[in-house]
Design a protein around this ligand. Sequence first.
Ligand code: NAG
Ligand code: NAG
Ligand code: NAG
Ligand code: NAG
Ligand code: NAG
Ligand code: CA
Length: 440
Amino acid sequence: MKPASFCWLSSAVLAAYGVLVVANNETEEIKDETARDACPLRLESRGKCEEGGECPYQVSLPPLTIQLPRQLGRIEEVFKEVQNLKEMVNSLKKSCQDCKLQADDSRDPGRNGQLSPSPGSLGEADDNRVRELESEVNKLSSDLKNAKEEIDLLQGRLEKLNLVNMNNIENYVDSKVANLTSVVNSLDGKCSSKCPIQEQIQSRPVQHLIYKDCSDYYTIGKRSSEIYRVTPDPKNSSFEVFCDMETTGGGWTVLQARLDGSTNFTRTWQDYKVGFGNLRREFWLGNDKIHLLTKSKEMILRIDLEDFNGVKLYALYDQFYVANEFLRYRLHIGNYNGTAGDALHFSKHYNHDLKFFTTPDRDNDRYPSGNCGLYYSSGWWFDACLSANLNGKYYHQKYRGVRNGIFWGTWPGISEAQPGGYKSSFKEAKMMIRPKHFKP
Ligand SMILES: *[C@@H]1O[C@H](CO)[C@@H](O)[C@H](O)[C@H]1NC(C)=O
Ligand SMILES: *[C@@H]1O[C@H](CO)[C@@H](O)[C@H](O)[C@H]1NC(C)=O
Ligand SMILES: *[C@@H]1O[C@H](CO)[C@@H](O)[C@H](O)[C@H]1NC(C)=O
Ligand SMILES: *[C@@H]1O[C@H](CO)[C@@H](O)[C@H](O)[C@H]1NC(C)=O
Ligand SMILES: *[C@@H]1O[C@H](CO)[C@@H](O)[C@H](O)[C@H]1NC(C)=O
Ligand SMILES: [Ca+2]
């Protein structure tokens, strides 16, 4: 047995044995001495605790007096009554048998081996005697009947008393033991020596809580942007995420980050499914995890972008949901707000809402003659094809050729032709989510 449970169990057992039940018909009050004294119960360690070993503890309990209800005394009285009645009945039975025998004797003298006298020879006196006996027997048997009824009645009352009172008493003692146990447990914390293991358990009070996403960590007071472990679906696995606790109230679970090109985003379906990169730098959290996070609560999406001119803009969507792999991680996005423009819903023909996820090795896009993921070197919810692609290649400056860099179609001046056919790139990009009803 583990030391912690040993201590607790022995406390409870001692509490149970410490109960002294005293029958008394004067009062029905319970004297609970432990409740009055400051710390009458002592839990102390006996001998030195070896590290990692079990250390014995002793619990000293003060005696407790429990007084039982007044009715208990009545049981004794009823017992006596019943006993008396039984004796009465027995003596009645006996005398009854005696007189019955006598009566039989006088009616059937042949039993005694005598010759049967003729009926006419029976004297008048004998006749009277028989009648007397007969009436006596009748009287006795009716007495017996009454006595039996009385016994039954008393027995019923006794049983009723028995049951009711014993149940009451049991409940009473039970509740007292429960009370004592809770007193013992609370005193454990107050008295000088405690179970060291129990102390350890108490110092980890929140370990059973489930943190579904970063907002739950924010709620319990975590304020540093760090890696935390979340469990969006209690039936599924937990995993680490990076939490942004600073941007507009904090509580953001970061899904994607670009800042220096240290992670290659030209990846397979499988890579995008499970996620890749470094949570503290550049990464894609993973489509399965994004699905679980957006399934567990209604989420909003925030996108932060910064170009190489130091311009910082953001886009906010008050609905964001990514379906499961069977539904090819279909994107559901709604209600834009912000400064960067609604590039995810650029126009009727460039709309990422309700589009499937496409990777260079898995074409789920709406571009009939090729794979947008392959052409633009990334995994994204391509329509046919661009208007936004935050998983494009990381260019440290403007670039020429295929527009396969990080792209946001509504960025100021982005679609204007640059001299020499250059395309602008982004310094930083970040996608993060927070529960819709989160209040910082
Ligand atoms: C209980 O009550 C009876 C009569 O009411 C009394 O004679 C007896 O002394 C009492 N018993 C106690 C333990 O007080
Ligand atoms: C234990 O008993 C005391 C005194 O009777 C009472 O004040 C207290 O509320 C009880 N505690 C519990 C947990 O039942
Ligand atoms: C990124 O990975 C792709 C596919 O493995 C590869 O073709 C490409 O050269 C890589 N890019 C860089 C910059 O390493
Ligand atoms: C856990 O989530 C993944 C990704 O959505 C899913 O494929 C898997 O079936 C889930 N497992 C359980 C036990 O629900
Ligand atoms: C956009 O967000 C701001 C700040 O959260 C809010 O004041 C404004 O009403 C929102 N606009 C729309 C159209 O939702
Ligand atoms: Ca296609």
